[in-house]
Design a protein around this ligand. Structure first.
Ligand code: ZN
Length: 140
């Protein structure tokens, strides 16, 4: 299970709207409590994919390093990544699967005609054969 505060939810929605019609991406930071992930802040990243930003996102090694550094300074953990699906359902693509990391949540927000829509979160199966949907709780 993954919990998002309302301010985190709003920031992800805003980022997705600003990037539309391209995909936005970022990192989820927070803590784990009794197996529950609690996202307390996010790191908005620029999509470093050079020419297919409408359909894909890419996070560079440098961006991961900076995120790890920031998490350590603030006593947080990297809990996963988020990205948007402009005018597509919030379901992971083959590309997403290839780039996912075990134990990290993959949060997807779909954006319809520029407006944020459905939120879903996914966990990679251990054999990397697919995803399992993870329950999301949005704290208001
Ligand atoms: Zn995707």
């Amino acid at each position: 299970m993954i919990k998002l505060t309302s301010s985190v939810t709003q920031r992800i929605q805003r980022h997705a709207m600003e990037a539309y019609p391209e995909e936005c991406c970022g990192i989820l930071l927070g803590n784990t409590d009794d197996g529950e992930k609690i996202v307390s802040t996010i790191l908005e990243l620029s999509n470093t994919w050079s020419d297919e930003r409408r359909r894909r996102f890419l996070i560079s090694a440098d961006q991961y390093r900076q995120a790890e550094e920031r998490a350590r300074q603030e006593g947080l953990e990297i809990l996963g990544i988020y990205h948007s699906h402009p005018d597509h359902p919030a379901r992971p693509s083959e590309f997403d699967l290839k780039h996912a990391l075990p134990s990290w949540s993959s949060l997807i927000v779909s954006v319809r005609k520029g407006e944020p829509d459905e939120f879903t979160s996914w966990l990679l199966k251990e054999d990397r054969s697919g995803y399992e949907e993870e329950q999301i709780i949005i704290e208001m």
